[in-house]
Design a protein around this ligand. Structure first.
Ligand code: ATP
Ligand code: MG
Length: 387
C-alpha cells in the first residue's frame, strides 16, 4: 500500500493542448479518491499518468514516497482495472487470478495459497474452474480485482469500470467495490463521470474541468460548500437552481421577490451588483405542509407551479420565471459546461410528498436563504463559502 502524491502535474499532447493543467492531489494511504468531471476534462489522462501508460509533461508523480515519473508501468507496482476487465477467455477463473504470479514464476504452493485467499475474500470459491465468458459482469469484475490482489499492488486504479453495465448491476457493483475497498484498505483512484458513483464511493472527490482541478473535498463538503458555479452545478441531482440576484440592505432580490439574508452572507456580497444565487431544490418547501405559524413569512413567496412530479416519497415541482436574455445565456453556458440538461429559466423545487395542488395553481413556498450561495457571475467564485 502507498500514498500517491501528484505535484503540479501537466500533460500536453502533441498539439500542445494541456489536457491536464497543473493538478496537485495527495491521496492518503488506504484512501478511496474519485476523479470526476465532464467528458474530456482529463480524468483518464491523469489516471494513465499515475500508472505510467502516459508520459508526464511536467510536475512530479510520487508513489509511496518515490518519484516515479521515469519508471515503466511494470516497475510502479500498481494495478489498473479497466472497463472491460481484460480477462483471458481461454483460462479458468483460477488461472486468470494466478496469471501475474505465474509470470513472476512464483512457487506453485505460494500461487495456490494466494489465489485461494483472494478467491475467499472475493466470494469466488465456487467459480474457480469456470471460464470468464460464463460469468456475470459483477463476477468478472471480482476476478479482475482478484488478479490485482494477488499481485499485492500498492494501489488500485479504476477507469469507469461500471459504465458498460445496466443500471441495476451498476448499483450492486458500486456497493461491492466500496465494501471490498474498505476490507482490503488499498489506496484507490477511481475515474467516473457519474456523480452518484462519485458521491457514494469516495472518501474524497476531485472535480475537474478542462484539465484544471476545481475542488478536492469530501462528498458532503462538495455538496454543501461548492467553491464555484461549476462544482455547484455539477454535483447534485436535480441540480442547484441558479438565479440572478442583487444584495442590498441585508436583503437578496431574486426574480420572484426580496428576502432577508443572513448577515454574514449579506456582508460578503453587499453592493456587488448582479450576482448569481444558487439554491438547491430541497431548500424550498410548501408553506401549507410546514404550517404558516412555523415559517418566517418574510421568506415566502407565491409561486405558480406549472408541473408537479410526484414520486411517492417526495415530489419535484417546476416554477417558471422570467429572466433577462443575458442571464439566460449564462445559465445555458453553465448547463453546457456541466454536461447537464439544458436549463430553462425555471426553478426546480423538491417538496414534501404531502404538498398538493392543481398544475398552474398558486402555492406559497418557503425559501431557506440560510442555505443560499451567492456567486460572482464573472469568475464563478462562490462568495459565501463557509458562511
Ligand atoms: N492521444 C491523445 N492525443 C491528443 N489529445 C488527446 C489524446 N488523448 C486525449 N486527448 C485530449 O485530452 C483531453 C482529455 O482527455 P481524457 O481522455 O483524459 O478525458 P476524460 O476526462 O477521460 O474524458 P471521458 O469522460 O470522455 O473519458 C481531451 O481534450 C482529449 O481530446
Ligand atoms: Mg476517460
Amino acid at each position: 500500500m502507498a500514498t500517491i502524491e501528484m505535484k503540479n502535474i501537466v500533460k500536453k499532447y502533441g498539439d500542445g493542448f494541456p489536457a491536464v493543467n497543473d493538478v496537485s492531489i495527495d491521496v492518503a494511504d488506504g484512501e478511496f479518491l474519485i476523479l470526476v468531471g465532464p467528458s474530456g476534462c482529463g480524468k483518464s489522462t491523469l489516471l494513465r499518468m499515475i500508472v505510467g501508460l502516459e508520459d508526464i509533461s511536467g510536475g512530479d508523480m510520487v508513489i509511496g514516497g518515490k518519484r516515479v515519473n521515469d519508471l515503466a508501468p511494470r516497475d510502479r507496482n500498481l494495478s489498473m482495472v479497466f472497463q472491460n476487465y481484460a480477462l483471458y477467455p481461454h483460462l479458468s477463473v483460477y488461472e486468470n487470478i494466478a496469471f501475474p504470479l505465474r509470470l513472476q514464476k512464483r512457487p506453485e504452493k505460494e500461487i495456490d495459497e494466494k489465489v485461494r485467499e483472494a478467491s475467499k475474500t472475493l466470494d469466488l470459491d465456487e467459480h474457480l474452474e469456470r471460464k470468464p465468458a460464463n460469468l456475470s459482469g459483477g463476477q468478472r469484475q471480482r476476478v479482475a480485482m482478484g488478479r490485482a490482489i494477488v499481485r499485492e499492488a500498492d494501489a488500485f486504479l479504476f477507469d469507469e469500470p461500471l459504465s458498460n453495465l445496466d443500471a441495476k448491476l451498476r448499483g450492486q457493483m458500486r456497493t461491492e467495490i466500496a465494501r471490498l475497498q474498505k476490507k482490503l484498505g488499498i489506496t484507490t483512484v477511481y475515474v467516473t463521470h457519474d456523480q452518484t458513483e462519485a458521491m457514494t464511493l469516495g472518501d474524497r472527490v476531485a472535480v475537474m474541468k478542462r484539465g484544471i482541478l476545481q475542488q478536492l473535498a469530501t462528498p458532503r463538503e462538495l455538496y454543501e460548500q461548492p467553491v464555484n458555479l461549476f462544482v455547484a452545478g455539477f454535483i447534485g441531482s436535480p441540480p442547484m437552481n441558479f438565479l440572478p440576484a442583487t444584495v442590498e440592505n441585508g436583503q437578496v432580490t431574486l426574480p420572484f421577490g426580496t428576502f432577508p439574508l443572513p448577515a454574514a452572507k449579506a456582508e460578503r456580497t453587499q453592493g456587488k451588483g448582479l450576482l448569481m444565487a444558487g439554491i438547491r431544490p430541497e431548500h424550498f418547501e410548501d408553506v401549507s405542509v410546514i404550517g404558516a405559524d412555523e415559517v418566517d413569512s418574510a421568506r415566502t413567496f407565491e409561486a405558480t407551479i406549472d408541473v408537479r412530479e410526484w414520486l411517492g416519497d417526495q415530489q419535484y415541482a417546476y416554477v417558471p420565471y422570467e429572466a433577462e436574455p443575458q442571464v439566460q445565456d449564462q445559465l445555458r453556458e453553465l448547463a453546457r459546461e456541466a454536461d447537464g440538461d439544458s436549463l430553462r429559466t425555471q426553478l426546480v423545487v423538491s417538496l414534501d410528498a404531502a404538498s398538493k395542488g392543481e398544475d398552474g395553481e398558486h402555492t406559497t413556498l418557503f425559501i431557506d436563504t440560510d442555505r443560499m450561495h451567492l456567486f460572482d457571475p464573472a469568475t464563478g467564485e462562490n462568495l459565501t463559502v463557509g458562511v
